[in-house]
Design a protein around this ligand. Structure first.
Ligand SMILES: CC(=O)SCCNC(=O)CCNC(=O)[C@H](O)C(C)(C)COP(=O)(O)OP(=O)(O)OC[C@H]1O[C@@H](n2cnc3c(N)ncnc32)[C@H](O)[C@@H]1OP(=O)(O)O
Ligand SMILES: Cc1cn([C@H]2C[C@H](O)[C@@H](COP(=O)(O)OP(=O)(O)O[C@H]3O[C@H](C)[C@H](N)[C@H](O)[C@H]3O)O2)c(=O)[nH]c1=O
Length: 225
């Protein structure tokens, strides 16, 4: 079986990781891809529906390796719900948020040997900093301990007039409040659905999302070459 698709540069990743990076957009009507198409790139990624097992075999024959699994979930936002009174993170929170984000996301597709050992931590630190600044994600909400230290954070992006997506969410023991805060953020914007994704192996996050009312929408595999 052939792999049909187009190759698109990932400009942000290329600059951030210092690797010429591209992604295959699978498309049955596009030409069949060959090894020569991948040669100009340091890293070629593809995200495949987990059910596409024949494409999985074909990609492996083209030299791709399975890197990570991902689960996408969605949560309906009720018209009324608990407001856990999260705070909006400000610029002064960035150093603490960067530190927390660089350490807490232990599962990542930006892992060795595909990326340098500090790339994953650096990536999530940049993601949360950007969220505080309203870049990529639109806002970052935090909970604080009595001493002012951050106990948890969640970054959010409005996708369209109905939906929001959680970017990053972290805080051991604070998961329920973080999900309530995400729903409240969506509710305040009259949004009705919150989307969230996590790694296949992240059982603590999966349990949290499902206990908070989310349902599985799709499953996918990341392969790299
Ligand atoms: C959209 C995304 O960002 S997906 C990534 C989600 N975030 C992370 O993975 C960051 C690390 N994890 C966390 O911050 C939190 O565990 C959350 C937000 C996922 C869930 O929070 P909560 O629902 O409050 O659950 P809690 O943190 O208590 O974890 C549940 C159990 O899993 C365990 N656990 C959580 N993460 C890990 C981990 N990385 N390794 C081992 N055990 C873990 C906890 O110790 C806890 O065990 P216990 O019940 O025996 O005490
Ligand atoms: C910060 C930032 C990022 N980007 C780009 C870089 C990547 O191409 C994408 C983000 O990719 P994504 O597949 O979402 O990355 P992860 O696999 O790490 O994310 C999953 O796991 C996380 C822990 C988290 N749960 C997340 O929600 C999941 O999707 O965006 C960019 O263009 N600009 C930026 O500022």
């Amino acid at each position: 079986m052939a792999v049909h698709g187009t190759i698109e540069e990932l400009a942000w990743e290329s600059a951030f990781f210092g690797l010429r990076s591209a992604i295959i957009r699978l498309q049955p009507t596009a030409p069949a891809l060959t090894r020569a198409d991948f040669a100009p790139w340091d890293r070629v990624q593809v995200k495949l529906a987990a059910s596409q097992t024949q494409q999985l075999d074909a990609l492996q024959q083209l030299g791709f390796s399975l890197v990570e699994g991902e689960i996408d979930l969605a949560l309906q936002v009720s018209a009324e719900g608990r407001d856990p009174a999260a705070s909006i993170a400000s610029a002064e929170d960035i150093p603490a948020l960067r530190q927390m984000a660089s350490e807490i996301f232990v599962q990542s597709r930006f892992r060795t040997p595909w990326y340098a050992s500090d790339d994953s931590g650096r990536f999530y630190a940049q993601w949360v900093e950007n969220a505080v600044k309203g870049v990529f994600d639109h806002q970052c909400l935090v909970f604080r301990a009595e001493n002012g230290g951050i106990t948890g954070f969640v970054s959010l992006r409005q996708l369209n007039e109905q939906e929001a997506r959680i970017g990053l969410l972290a805080g051991r023991g604070v998961g329920e409040k973080l999900m309530q805060a995400a729903c409240q953020w969506a509710r305040q914007r009259q949004l009705t659905l919150v989307r969230v994704a996590t790694q296949l192996g992240n059982t603590a996050a999966l349990k949290r999302y499902i206990q908070s009312g989310a349902n599985v929408e799709s499953t996918a595999l990341w392969l790299y070459r």
